[in-house]
Ligand binder design. Sequence first.
Ligand code: FE
Length: 293
Amino acid sequence: MSTAGTVRALQRVIVSVAASDGAGVKLRRSLGQSPYTRLDPFLMLDEFSSFDANDYIAGFPAHPHRGFETVTYLLDGHMLHEDHLGNRGDLKSGAVQWMSAGRGIVHSEMPQQEQGRMRGFQLWINLPAREKMKPAGYRDIDPAEIPVIALRGGGRAKLIAGTLQSEGRSVAGPIQGLATDPLYADVELPAGAAFTQPLGSERNAFIYVFEGSASIGAGDTARALATHSAGVLGAGDRVEVQAGADGARFLLLAGRPLGEPVVQHGPFVMNTREEIEQAIRDYQSGALTRAGD
Ligand code: FE
């Protein structure tokens, strides 16, 4: 068993708060509810989940982004993404859209259903200074492209980005090779099952439990993490999670910190105040979305 080394303990809990974004979509915001609740390179994590169309039907009409990446993981529902370049992406249950806003994008994200459950996550990941003004890019990831890894002791992990170890081999998700080296996994465990993975301190990491309950860490360091809360992990070599009596489903997210100043103004995330002012001017003049400016 590869259980040597230090287990990463639950160091800090960021309880999600009720928030509303877009044209009135109800959501829970954990990371990013204030400048003090980011975890470099992660800027924000929103969970949306409702059976009531009034909570989501207004969607996210046209709005800009610059300087970071948005990752939408739709668990249930149907969402249409359209941008100023004419790109269209139909997001169905289980699909992921990985958007790198780079120098600028104006897009809309609108529900394509008038009833039924809409559930998923939007994660914002920062870009390093050298990539903030690169052209915008997309990866639309079909559920069939996301590896489902059967876990020893029961349960499974869906792997969107990075790699996981399974039965002595490395399994790679569809997103690889980014500057922040992200790991994005959706892990489901039956009651009482344990999950362990090597994950070194060179990457910041957190866990967001969205079904059931879990305890993070091992032995004396094990601490319960409530549902709908983000648990930031301390230093160590590996992650250990134990599901509670009702099982657990959680996101495991890790990324290499950029260590650069973050100046955010709504949907613009840059390194300096001057760059933010430039982004606002570029949006107002239309230069944000003009190629080659
Ligand atoms: Fe957006």
